[in-house]
Design a protein around this ligand. Structure first.
Ligand SMILES: CC(C)(COP(=O)(O)OP(=O)(O)OC[C@H]1O[C@@H](n2cnc3c(N)ncnc32)[C@H](O)[C@@H]1OP(=O)(O)O)[C@@H](O)C(=O)NCCC(=O)NCCS
Length: 198
């Protein structure tokens, strides 16, 4: 995505590489794996970071840890995204190709909107929300901190989804959903509790 951004007229980034605790090779798609998280923390110069991990709780832990170590965060917005200028987007957030956002939307910090998501007017996506490909969020919905919206789920207008909840892929949320549950189906209903380690 950085190449796409640099090729457009947006802000330019020099992409240094990946930081990964689990990688086995030395490159990913031709870009270097620079080291692991411990290596990064010990750098004296602090480059801008984005944390591209889809699991909200893991992203929350890492982003907070790196913030404590004084790292700044970039915001990555694909040039193919369509959105009005009346949208606020917090640091560390990533908005992938072909997302469409209408107007008066608040996107918190470290939110990920994966490919082809749509977000309606006045919606609020709180910090650390992860929205998987093809999710549709209607107007005035309020998506709680750390919520994971599974692939292709639909959220109708005016509903509120509680913090750290998971909505299953393909589900349709038509009523408010509480904090800390996994909810699935159409209409989406909680099937179990979900308390990630945060
Ligand atoms: C909702 C979800 C998180 C549940 O995962 P889980 O906690 O491991 O639950 P299980 O797989 O044990 O499923 C529990 C039950 O719910 C059903 N179920 C699971 N996900 C479902 C879904 N999205 N819609 C409808 N039913 C679902 C299962 O069939 C199972 O029912 P059964 O007990 O009658 O067999 C997961 O299935 C899901 O939808 N994840 C989204 C993944 C995604 O978006 N990936 C995108 C990556 S880019």
């Amino acid at each position: 995505m950085v190449n796409e951004i640099n090729a457009s007229n947006q802000e330019c980034f020099k992409f240094l590489g990946f930081v990964d605790d689990c990688a086995t090779g030395t490159t990913i798609e031709g870009y270097p794996i620079l080291g692991n998280c411990d290596w990064l923390k010990n750098l004296s110069e602090k480059p801008y970071l984005v944390c591209a991990i889809g699991n909200p709780a893991t992203r929350f832990a890492l982003a907070n840890d790196f913030k404590k170590h004084g790292f700044p965060f970039a915001k990555l917005i694909s040039p193919s995204v369509q959105m009005s200028k009346y949208i606020s987007i917090g640091e560390g957030s990533i908005i992938c190709s072909n997302c469409v956002l209408t107007t008066n939307i608040k996107i918190g910090r470290h939110v990920i909107l994966n490919l082809s998501c749509t977000v309606g007017h006045d919606a609020i996506l709180n910090d650390f929300v992860s929205s998987m490909p093809g999710v549709m969020i209607a107007g005035n919905a309020n998506i709680g901190k750390g919520v994971y919206l599974g692939i292709g789920s639909n959220i109708i207008n005016d509903v509120k989804i509680g913090e750290w909840t998971i909505i299953g892929g393909g589900s349709t949320v038509v009523r408010d959903i509480p904090d800390h549950v996994v909810a699935i189906g159409t209409p989406a209903k909680p099937i179990k509790e979900h308390y990630p380690e945060i």
